[in-house]
Design a binder for this molecule. Structure first.
Ligand SMILES: Cc1cc2nc3c(=O)[nH]c(=O)nc-3n(C[C@H](O)[C@H](O)[C@H](O)COP(=O)(O)OP(=O)(O)OC[C@H]3O[C@@H](n4cnc5c(N)ncnc54)[C@H](O)[C@@H]3O)c2cc1C
Ligand code: SF4
Length: 452
């Protein structure tokens, strides 16, 4: 603990975002950083609670009180060691984790000013890289066993890191041309700069992990070839199928799944070229985003940077409650309150209780979307409320429509006993921190399985 009374004397201070007029013209990270003095003061606010709910809430079991105490004292190296003991890639969570720990922080219950754990993580990790505390471990003693990992997203990478350190020979295969999964081909650069992923992949390679990229592996090849060639296999293939909208006009040019735009934009920023017919661009267009979640929000920020004329986001479910507290999901649980992201702040019309009926077009191209306001009536005997149409349908003008309605939970064949499924591939679409925790758990299971 930094100082016994710091939480009474120092307010929570977030670094905040770059000004909108500045950030809207580029894909650089929007979040700013505090200076070291301010960062240490923030860390000193941690009360080192007897029952640290932050630790309970973090899927990785991150020991926030321990690294906050070291950070408050200015011992950045110890802070990094404590942080990286439970979190293999704190530079990712430090940027894009929704920080379940902060919502569970006792200070959040006390005065809605929780510790700044997520930003502290990012600061500790960047300092650790800058000061040379993060070096590859090249003294790993090999145990003679090998493992193949299919999927180089956060789940597969976390499993690879842990198994490699245990002495396994690890090969990671991915169908994409670069590693990172949705970190690289989903989350926009303005939330996570891809050089941060490259830096970590170089470390994993230096520690001996082999990457075979641009290689799609079918489930039957996992079950037969890979499971025979290796002592164990991990399937960390995420949720490849997005939820679609089978309504009239779906074939029109200008209607796309969110990831078609987001992944392509990240590839363009990585130097890949697409011809005009392939390019999904919001330039000069009115954009409609269907789906009120985080993927939709990422579409909004991307549309702004591509030079759209306007963005509207619609959601079929009702508007969430205003925060900070969620009466249906009280502290220390994560509140399901209205979330306004940096992308929303950049300009967007948001509407809830809107159902989508039809895509309208001319000459094969989208011109608008016919929608209908709805209300949700409680089912008499409990259960799922019934959706009831309200008023007359109306048209939202749009030349680009992005479907951001979530992903289907994948089904897997019955794999041999030495194959473990983890991350989003096992749970359905979730969070980076949960995918990493699941990857570490899969690594422990494989260690146990192959040690018998
Ligand atoms: C647009 C968007 C924004 C998001 N933003 C956030 C955020 O801000 N914070 C947060 O915590 N979470 C966020 N998420 C969720 C988060 O990205 C995922 O929960 C997480 O990446 C899941 O990790 P994973 O490793 O299980 O799967 P993925 O990241 O999906 O990785 C799976 C990998 O498997 C590979 N693969 C699939 N099939 C095959 C095959 N047959 N052969 C070889 N390789 C294959 C894929 O190419 C991919 O690289 C976001 C998701 C999206 C879509
Ligand atoms: S990984 Fe996320 S939940 Fe865990 S301590 Fe970091 S910010 Fe909090």
């Amino acid at each position: 603990m930094g100082s016994a009374k710091a939480f009474l004397e120092i307010n929570r201070q977030e670094a905040g975002y770059r000004p909108i007029h500045d950030r809207i013209h580029d894909f650089g990270e929007v979040e700013q950083t505090l200076n070291s003095r301010e960062r240490k003061l923030q860390a000193s606010r941690c009360m080192d609670c007897g029952v640290p709910f932050c630790h309970w809430a973090c899927p990785l079991g991150n020991k926030a009180p321990e690294w906050n105490a070291a950070l408050a004292r200015g011992d950045w190296e110890l802070a990094y060691r404590r942080l990286s003991a439970t979190n293999p890639f704190p530079e990712f969570t430090g940027r894009i984790c929704p920080a379940l720990c902060e919502k569970a922080c006792v200070l959040n219950r006390f005065n809605h000013q929780p510790t700044t754990n997520r930003e502290d993580e990012a600061a500790i990790t960047e300092m650790a890289f800058q000061e040379g505390f993060v070096v590859p471990n090249t003294d790993i003693v090999r145990n003679g066993r090998s493992v193949a990992i299919v999927g180089a997203g956060p789940a597969g990478l976390a499993a690879a890191h842990a198994l490699n350190r245990m002495g396994f020979s690890v090969t990671v295969l991915d169908k994409n041309e670069a590693a990172g999964g949705l970190l690289r081909y989903g989350i926009p650069n303005f939330k996570l700069n891809k050089a941060i992923i490259d830096r970590r992949i170089r470390l994993l390679q230096a520690e001996g992990i082999a990457f075979r990229l641009g290689e799609a592996v079918a489930p039957d090849a996992i079950a037969t070839q890979l499971a025979r060639q290796h002592d164990a296999v991990i399937v960390a293939t995420g949720t490849p199928t997005a939820r679609d909208l089978a309504i009239p006009g779906r074939h029109l040019g200008g209607v796309h799944l969110a990831l078609e735009m987001l992944a392509q934009q990240n590839r363009v920023l990585a130097g890949m070229e697409f011809d005009a017919a392939q390019r999904v661009s919001a330039r000069g267009k009115d954009v409609l985003v269907i789906g009120g979640g985080d993927t939709g929000s990422d579409c909004i920020g991307t549309a702004h940077r591509q030079g759209c004329r306007s963005v509207t986001q619609i959601e079929i479910m009702p508007r969430p409650v205003e925060g900070p507290d969620d009466p249906h999901n009280p502290w220390p649980n994560y509140p399901r309150t209205l979330k306004t992201t940096s992308s929303h702040e950049e300009g967007c019309t948001r509407r809830w209780n809107i159902n989508t009926l039809e895509f309208l077009g001319a000459d094969g191209k989208l011109t608008g979307v016919r929608v209908q306001e709805v209300e949700w009536q409680p089912a008499p005997g409990g259960g799922r409320p019934a959706m009831v149409a309200k008023g007359e349908p109306f048209v939202i003008k749009a030349e680009l429509c992005l479907l951001a309605m979530g992903f289907l939970k994948p089904e897997h064949p019955s794999y041999p006993a030495n194959v473990v499924v983890c991350g989003d591939a096992a749970s359905g679409a979730s969070l980076v921190v949960r995918a990493m925790a699941s990857g570490l758990d899969a690594a422990r299971r494989i260690h146990h399985l192959t040690s018998k």
